[in-house]
Ligand binder design. Sequence first.
Ligand code: CP3
Length: 353
Amino acid sequence: MPKDPTNQKPFLRALRGEIQERPCFWLMRQAGRYLPEYRETRAKANGFVDLCLRPDLATEITLQPLRRYHMDAAILFSDILMVPYGLGQPLSFREGEGPVLEPVRDAAAIDKLAQNLAGFDAKVAPIYETVSRVQAGLPATTALIGFAGAPWTVATYMVEGGTSKDFANVRLLAYRDEAAFKRLIDLLVAATIGYLNRQVEAGAEALQLFDTWAGVLPEGEYRKWVIAPAAKIVAGVRVKHPNVPIVFFPKGSGLLYREAAAIPGVNALGLDTSVPLAFAQELQKLKTVQGNLDPIALCAGGPALVDAATRILDALGKGPFVFNLGHGVIPPTPPANVAELAELIGKWRAKAA
Ligand code: CP3
């Protein structure tokens, strides 16, 4: 059970719309290859999937960045592709290549995966164990974020068989056999609702839904495959967990961020690096916003980092806001730059107008 039953942790309050004197922060991929202690722990596992399924190692990795920096939230160490794994789709991660999945390209393959839904929880059970262990080891004011990939983004990996440049196979399937593709999306919606509910029951205090490839869809497809599934997942989680704050990160949505902001039950919007701060201020009138420092500016450090971070704080720090990157920390980032950013955020205060 969470140690904070009254939900007083600063990060949870920020997601519920509270304006804070010192903005909260955490960083996507805050646990990862830029930290030498991550690389050391990762070497103890038999590959990346095994790492995600080892509660001892995944707990250690989740907590590593918190020992160096005072983030307001920890994010469960796992991966969005553990949902296809839980549905029985073979998954591996190759050094320098990223994820490799056996592609699912037709109705028969989708129906086969649907038959595995009943066995999903048993396959991913070690992840729920990690959530409980992390919750037990957290500093008192730090919140634990559980997460999942949104159906569209997860489907891109499932259909393409890995990372893609043009997303041609998945978009062709959605156009040519919409009924089959909708079955895949609906299967992912069902699996994801159960998966997120179980994370909350194990001790996650907030949830983030990652839709990394939302930005590749035209608006009609965006409504079908980004907005509608996210709305179903949020509503589905709310049935059992009416109060858990939910962040939606539909990366690259551009003006369609307005529609993402209108999804009932979404507490906060994750903004990517391309969102202009004036537009972010407009979105902030509807929801808490989270973002959107360029991860490359964090890697660069120095005056470029100070300037970019200060502009974001000055524009968004006076409203409901969580400081984050616009995408994940990149591996060559010097850990000292993260310390510098944490200090800058900690010292920043809204100036009287
Ligand atoms: O943010 C965190 O610190 C929590 C852990 C986390 C990981 N992946 C760890 C990871 C989270 C939340 C994710 C989400 C994820 N995974 C997304 C959505 C967010 C985003 O980054 O856009 C996506 C698209 C994936 C899929 C994925 N996982 C890819 C394409 C890759 C290979 C590319 C890469 O960065 O290596 C991964 C691997 C992965 N997931 C690593 C980590 C730390 C690196 C694996 C390694 O150590 O070799």
